[in-house]
Ligand binder design. Structure first.
Ligand code: CS2
Length: 491
């Protein structure tokens, strides 16, 4: 049976479905970047809220900005925005639930004006974003907005033809202002420290170039809460789709798999109201800094610390990596010696326990989170997850050996095109060519990879870093046994 509104009550005979009337939802949130994560996290929280509180009618309009979002557009349109969320517990128990909070979906490349109208609609109170770490368009070295981006150039010259998130946000905010409507809140949900502050800085830089009066209004009126979001959500496999069909006779073309753990900490700073998400466990705080730093520097970095050498060694998933003692000890050493000292005390949080739960979460055998997902877009991830930890440790003379080793391993990974078992490794990265080109020069010049200034920023000014990196990269290339080196590194 095809998953759609018409079949919903029949599907309800075997699976939990939305109890609310989806047709009465009002689009209060426009969300840009609907992928697995948005659907396992924010859309799930909203679904819970509406499910448990009959007076809540906050619906989500999903938006895809790029041609690459067409698949999601087709699937969600076919399924009336409905999808199955499959929660995989470590003991093998599975919970399936049909989520109904996405009530509309628009593809901006087809209907740009409709997207702007939707954002500018009086019912829209929040525009939220999961546009990935690379989507914010800032230079890693300077931290400033990148005006060289051809799409940005185009929309600055033709404000009526937006292309990036910044073009859409300014067009919609301009419309709201001229219609004397209050602005929406811009709520970033990406894994970037100070994600709201960064979204604000970038949008203001862009808007100033386009319309300085509008920029002043945005500066005064728009709230950009910072937030920390968390739920491990692997890529959906064909096997999961087939299982739903075989076991539940349900045709869902794009279900979402996730772990049971979920967390969302948000600064309570909204320009135009918000859903009462505290009713379903969202934590509203005045300052999210300690939470986001802890999560990004431990969980996200921990993933890369396992995933990059894991891919080289031939491990396929994060649970394969953490079940390998050498990898588990290496990750914990990195967390204990390189990250914990710079995190300091976090009120109300037991960091040792937090690290233990990460090991448990990474070990969930039913999540099967592919190392390829973790390694994808490392050029955008590592400057946010790992490199700041090295920078801080350089200042305090803290340890940098594990993190530096991972950067050297990443060079090798970018260069070799295959793992140590001879199987090919596909590099999924918007900077793939630059990475490969720089990495290919390594054996002629051991520090060639570090010339990627956009990624490494000022790290190369440190003699200590460059020398530790050089030692690591030479060993990795010469020994061709990443696992043995990880073991030796910790002595
Ligand atoms: C992962 C994250 O993409 C990555 O490298 O670390 O997607 C991670 O699974 C989520 O942030 C968990 O909340």
């Amino acid at each position: 049976m095809i998953l759609n509104e018409k079949n919903l009550s029949a599907i309800g005979a075997s699976l939990p479905i939305p109890k609310y009337k989806r047709s009465t939802l009002k689009t209060g949130i426009v969300h840009i970047g609907v992928g697995g994560f948005h659907r396992s996290h924010q859309a799930f929280y909203l679904h819970r809220l509406i499910q448990e509180n009959t007076e809540s009618d906050w619906g989500i309009c999903g938006v895809g900005l790029r041609e690459a979002d067409r698949n999601m557009f087709n699937v969600l349109n076919r399924q009336d925005g409905l999808y199955t969320l499959i929660t995989q517990h470590p003991n093998g128990t599975t919970e399936n639930e049909i989520i109904g909070s996405i009530s509309e979906y628009l593809l901006a490349v087809d209907t740009p004006q409709e997207v702007i109208e939707k954002m500018a609609h009086p019912n829209t109170k929040i525009v939220s974003l999961t546009i990935t770490e690379g989507g914010y368009n800032f230079n890693a070295t300077t931290g400033e907005f990148n005006f060289e981006n051809p799409d940005v150039r185009h929309e600055l010259a033709h404000p009526e033809e937006p292309k990036t998130v910044y073009g859409y946000l300014t067009s919609a905010l301009r419309k709201r202002r001229s219609n004397s409507l209050p602005p929406f809140t811009i709520m970033s949900c990406d894994n970037i420290q100070h994600n709201g502050t960064i979204a604000r800085k970038m949008l203001l830089a862009f808007a100033k170039k386009q319309d300085s009066e509008l920029a002043d209004w945005i500066e005064k009126e728009v709230a950009f809460p910072n937030s920390m979001v968390d739920r491990i959500t692997p890529v959906t496999t064909q096997e999961v789709i087939s299982d739903l069909k075989d076991v539940h006779n349900l045709e869902d073309q794009w279900p979402v798999v996730c772990e049971p753990f979920i967390q969302w900490v948000v600064e309570d700073n909204f320009s135009n109201g918000r859903p009462p998400l505290e009713k379903v466990g969202v934590q509203f705080v005045s300052d999210v800094t300690p939470y986001e730093k802890m999560k990004i520097r431990l969980l996200n970095a921990g993933h890369s610390v396992l995933g990059i050498p894991g891919a080289i060694h031939g491990h396929l998933t994060i649970n394969d990596c953490i079940n390998d003692k050498v990898f588990a000890v290496f990750m914990r050493h990195f967390m204990d010696e390189e990250v914990t000292p710079i995190l300091g005390e976090i009120e109300g949080i037991d960091i040792e326990k937090y690290k233990d739960t990460l090991t448990e979460r990474f070990s969930n055998p039913n999540i099967k989170d592919g190392v390829s997902r973790i390694c994808s877009e490392s050029s955008a991830k590592l400057p946010k997850f790992l490199i700041p930890t090295i920078e801080e440790n350089l200042k305090t003379r803290g340890q940098i050996k594990c993190a530096t080793f991972i950067l050297a391993a990443w060079c090798y990974y970018s260069d070799m095109g295959k793992n140590e078992n001879g199987l090919s490794l596909e590099i999924i990265d918007s900077q793939k060519e630059q990475l490969q080109k720089a990495a290919n020069r390594t054996e002629a010049n051991w520090t060639a990879f570090l010339n990627l200034q956009d990624i490494f920023g000022k790290l190369t000014d440190s003699q200590r870093f460059v020398s530790e990196y050089t030692t690591a990269v030479q060993l990795i290339y010469k020994r061709k046994n990443i696992r043995a080196l990880m073991k030796e590194l910790l002595g």
